[in-house]
Design a protein around this ligand. Structure first.
Ligand code: HEM
Length: 487
């Protein structure tokens, strides 16, 4: 402890004493789901570069995005922190968990074929078909008795998850999970939520040598069995898709074009990479959609403006498509503002400083230190955004129509898809999925907040945000379907 406080190479960095001497306060905060809020408080108190654990430095300086995550001439890139990036034990590495840069580029180069503009164009009809299904299912729901407005009560977050999991399931595995059709979660999707939480527990044991193997010994057999069934189910679906001799417009066709007979990436690596696309893609998009809808119903004027813009732009529902919604600048601003406040990956993307140490945002950091920027803290900082906690899409409008008070906002600080060589490969797809589903829902359905008001910032955050969302409401009107939401 004395060493960590006074003689450690990071001793000069400020931070709370207990966090500087031991990893325990950090781990406890993480396991309680409070880490992003604690990071925010610590940065507010100790400044823009703080020590959050004996070997971890946290940045909220804008330049740190560039310095940590992009290629810099004359610098070695920091690598992903192995505490956080580790494939489940029965799986080989994939694009997300690969720490070795050569392996990562090999996966990324092949997967990029599935996310080109052309690939996205060919995937659009499939995405749109699930939006049709979603709207039809919502419209067909039986009315729930209600004292004030007739309508239907639904859990809106479930519906957003069913939509994104069905879409990504179809694209990555060749078949949807049937969530929208059956109005319920497929067991695979349910298990995934438990596994994600399990990954946080697993990460927290890696800070202590010996703890990880102890964890395996202590883990109930039922949990191990659940993990095995989860991988088996994904692999079975992937194998079925790989055996189909079709050129379906999904992720698999372009990916396999350069990987005939698995000469670039083995079958097991292919399975691992396709399965991670579901984990990486579906939950994040559902979180961003749920959060943005929540802010919309809690900001009536914004929702009304967006509704008249969408309904005014499309007299006929059939004209709403991924291509036509890409031109709606107000919808675009709503989505970017939603992502700023409900960023599904809010806690940071840890990297390890290479041999010899390096300078990030003007600060020298010794080798082997874990470093990150903190998206949640930065997005809610008055230094970077006027009224940082308020949902105001107008701040993202072009300068000539943007209210002057947002002229000094630092727009480059909000990077929900990260930046650089490991940024989100599915960014364009995620934005397309969000635009089309939001436009179609808002065109067809009147949305209202329902039940007790929920504060998004009160949700627990593990690696991802935990949306333990209670009942929500959908109320059916005469021509349109008014929706009440309680998340
Ligand atoms: C709103 C939705 C989404 C958000 C906010 C988001 C955010 C992110 C972020 C922050 C990263 C960087 C992770 C890191 O460095 O550890 C990332 C990486 C990644 N995302 Fe997304 N994502 C979204 C949707 C998607 C979708 C739809 C897909 C694909 C189906 C996807 C696939 C990936 C993959 C494969 C990576 C790893 C890229 C690499 O390491 O080269 N994401 N995403």
């Amino acid at each position: 402890m004395v060493f960590n406080l006074y003689f450690h190479p990071l001793a000069k960095f400020p931070g709370p004493i207990l966090w500087r001497v031991s990893r325990i306060p950090y781990a406890v905060s993480l396991l309680r789901g409070n880490l992003v809020k604690d990071q925010l408080e610590i940065h507010r108190k100790y400044g823009e570069v703080v020590r959050l654990a004996p070997n971890e430095i946290s940045f909220t300086k804008e330049e740190a995005w560039h310095d940590i995550y992009t290629n810099r001439v004359g610098h070695q890139n920091p690598t992903k922190d192995p505490v956080w990036y580790k494939a489940p034990d029965d799986m080989p590495a994939n694009i997300v968990t690969a720490i070795d840069p050569t392996l990562h580029s090999r996966f990324r180069r092949l997967l990029e074929n599935s996310f080109t503009e052309g690939a996205l164009r060919s995937q659009m009809p499939l995405v749109e078909s699930y939006v049709d299904l979603l709207i039809n299912r919502l419209r067909g729901l039986p009315m729930t008795p209600d004292n004030k407005i007739p309508g239907v009560v639904v859990n809106f977050v479930d519906w957003m998850s069913w939509y994104t999991f069905d879409v990504i399931g179809q694209l990555a595995l060749g078949e949807s999970f049937g969530c929208l059709k059956d109005s319920k979660f497929h067991p695979w999707v349910k298990t995934l939520n438990n596994l994600l939480k399990g990954m946080v527990y697993a990460a927290s044991t890696r800070w202590y040598p010996g703890m990880e193997s102890l964890r395996f010994k202590l883990l109930p057999k039922s949990v191990m069995e659940m993990q095995r069934q989860h991988s088996d189910c994904a692999n079975e679906k992937i194998n079925r898709r790989l055996n189909l001799e079709t050129s379906k417009p999904d992720f698999v066709t372009p990916f396999m074009e350069d990987n005939i007979d698995f000469h670039e990436i083995s079958l097991r690596e292919t399975q691992s990479n396709l399965a991670i696309l579901i984990v990486a893609g579906a939950d994040a998009t559902a979180t961003a959609l749920s959060g943005t809808f929540l802010y919309l119903v809690q900001n009536r004027n914004t929702l009304d403006n967006l509704t008249s813009d969408i309904r005014g732009s499309f007299p006929d529902e059939k004209d709403i498509s991924i291509v036509t919604t890409s031109k709606l600048s107000y919808l675009n601003s709503v989505i970017i503002e939603g992502l700023r406040l409900t960023n599904p990956v809010p806690g940071g993307l840890p990297r390890i400083v290479p041999e010899g140490g390096d300078t990030y945002a003007g600060v020298f950091v010794p080798a082997q230190t874990s470093i990150s920027v903190r998206p949640y803290t930065m997005s809610r900082s008055e230094k970077y955004f006027a009224e940082p906690d308020a949902f105001i899409p107008e701040r993202w409008l072009p300068q000539d129509i943007r209210p002057a008070k947002f002229d000094n906002d630092h727009f480059g600080v909000s990077n929900p898809f990260s930046v650089g060589h490991s940024n989100c490969i599915g960014k364009s797809l995620a934005l397309a999925e969000m635009k089309i589903v939001m436009a179609r829902i808002i065109w067809a359905i009147d949305l209202h907040e329902y039940g007790e008001r929920l504060d998004w910032t009160s949700l627990k955050t593990f690696m991802i945000i935990r949306r333990s969302l209670s009942k929500s409401g959908l109320l059916q009107g005469k021509e349109r379907v008014p929706m009440k939401i309680s998340i």
